[in-house]
Design a protein around this ligand. Structure first.
Ligand code: ADP
Length: 500
């Protein structure tokens, strides 16, 4: 697709998290970097986010630009204006009762969902709608409202009821998170009664925020071409496969890019030693520093494996834990893991580290800088996700020469080229992949890494540096989004409630 239509668009980009203001996962990386890439193409893009305390603190200078009455809030909702990263204009939706809290955007400090999440994100959606209709005293109306994940799922259905609405695009970053609540909640939110219908938001006797985005938006995207196909099937569709098939003419898979200003070992200030594909051997200094930092025996010849991520079933962390007995049986192999999430997985991880202190290091928590140093220190990055809409860690791993070992699903299948003999000989291999999410399959794949590792080092170096030279910057993907925006504007979807 090429972007023939180059006139600047006005885009309102809505998300529940964005780097560098607040982050729990990949959505923040995308929301923090795609808008900048779109701005770079000359578009007038503005990001809107809830005013969490961390976001307000980091978005300075910030000023109040509007104060609105929004259904669901007893107090006026203030709009604060700042910038995302000094460049992209940012609106923060300031409703202190809902957003000024400790914890993260979705859960309290004990990891439990905030009980009023539906109210919080319904208010966020209603404020986005107000901005989108130029009812927020900002003297600006977007051509496009680009929403992301369930927290913004009510925007498209609410806008579908308006005659002068902008076009709507909805991106699914992870279909497993659907914002499903019961009928009492639906009534409490005072949503239009017509939304409680199969054509509307109703979902198996409950209602779902994400269904709003999928059913009502002019265009739907997800974050890799393979995941766009997978979610049409019962295995990956989580009950939405039928609706997605119905909308598949308006569904695109666009691979996430990564921000090389933040993730590049040649300029990464979190690293003890800078390196690039031409100075690959310097990577070993980061390995030794990481071993020291995490209390592992220091040896640059160790085969150091790593994993970073939310400790949830999706990511296949259990499979990594299952193969630890095999890993520690290998000569000179170590494993470092950074993550937080499921209490049981956290405990298993702590136990493994306690049992094999010379071989396994576990850091339970969230640490952005350590994540960078793990990418820089490791030889291999293990990512056995059961499903993976795009996945960013394998892209970071490629750039950092931490050869990814992945289950062949979603974005992992789209971004990692397996080190088969043929691909190795052709010089195009960038990682290792296996095709079934099981500990056995992961182990067989790890055996292939040991085998290559035992060959003369030129083989491993070629594999790692081929990965480092791949280009997953945002430019190509941003152009795809611009095409999608034009398709959404040129082909408004019919409100499904009107065809019912
Ligand atoms: P997802 O969005 O499903 O969590 P992605 O691979 O798309 O997975 O993105 C995860 C992002 O979150 C990456 O930038 C990764 O480095 C980061 N991340 C996840 N867990 C942690 C953690 N415990 N500490 C630091 N960064 C983390």
């Amino acid at each position: 697709m090429s972007n023939q239509n180059s006139s600047p668009l006005k885009i309102l980009y809505a998300a529940s998290e964005a780097q560098p203001l607040i982050k729990t996962g990949g959505l923040a990386d995308v929301a923090g970097s795609l808008p900048g890439a779109l701005k770079h193409f000359g578009h007038d893009i503005r990001v809107v986010l809830p005013a969490y305390p961390q976001a307000v603190e980091r978005a300075i200078p910030i000023k109040q630009v509007a104060s609105l009455k929004i259904a669901g809030s007893t107090h006026p909702v203030r709009i604060l204006e700042g910038t995302l990263d000094g460049k992209v204009p940012l609106y923060l939706v300031d409703a202190p009762d809902f957003f000024n809290r400790p914890g993260n955007p979705y859960v309290d400090t004990h990891g439990n969902d905030w009980g009023d999440n539906p109210e919080r994100f319904a208010l966020f959606c209603r404020t986005i709608v107000s901005i989108a209709l130029n009812h927020a005293d900002l003297h600006w109306q977007p051509d496009i409202v680009h929403c992301n994940d369930w927290q913004t799922g009510l925007v498209a259905p609410l806008l579908a009821m308006e005659w002068n609405r902008p076009a709507t695009v909805f991106t699914i970053h992870n279909l497993a998170y659907q914002g499903v609540y019961n009928h009492t909640t639906f009534e409490r939110l005072r949503l239009p009664g017509s939304f409680w219908s199969v054509e509307g938001l109703e979902f198996h006797s409950n209602f779902s925020f994400i269904k709003g985005g999928i059913a009502f938006s002019d265009w739907v995207t997800t974050v890799s071409p393979t995941y766009a196909k997978e979610i049409l099937t019962a295995e990956y569709g989580y009950g939405f496969e039928g609706l997605l098939q119905h909308r598949k003419e308006r569904l695109s898979g666009i691979l996430n890019g990564i921000d090389y200003a933040v993730w590049d070992p040649a300029s990464d200030s979190a690293l003890p030693q800078a390196y690039d594909a031409n100075t690959f051997s310097l990577k070993r200094l980061n390995k030794v520093a990481l071993q020291r930092e995490l209390g592992l025996p220091e040896d640059e010849n160790t085969f150091l494996l790593g994993h970073i991520g939310r400790l949830v079933e999706q990511k296949g962390v259990d499979m990594i834990l299952d193969i630890i007995p095999g890993l520690v049986n290998q000569k000179n192999v170590q494993l470092v893991m950074l993550g937080t999430g499921d209490a049981q997985l956290e405990q298993r991880l702590r136990n493994a580290a306690a049992k094999h202190p010379e071989r396994v290091a576990a850091y339970i928590g969230y640490d952005e800088n350590l994540a960078h140093r793990i990418e820089a220190g490791c030889d291999c990055f293990i990512m056995p996700s059961r499903f993976e809409p795009c996945g960013l860690n394998q892209l970071y791993s490629l750039r950092y020469g931490a050869v990814p070992v992945v289950n062949q699903t979603g974005g992992l299948a789209d971004t990692v080229i397996d080190a088969s003999s043929k691909n190795l000989l052709n010089g195009i291999a960038t990682g290792f992949s296996f095709d079934e999410p099981s500990a056995d399959a992961l182990w067989r794949c790890m055996e292939r890494t040991f085998e290559l590792r035992n060959r003369p080092s030129i083989w491993w170096e070629k594999l790692a540096t081929t990965g480092m030279k791949q280009d997953f910057s945002w430019d190509a993907s941003a152009e795809h989004y611009i095409d999608v925006y034009h398709m959404a504007m040129d082909n408004p979807a019919i409100n499904p409630l009107k065809t019912a």
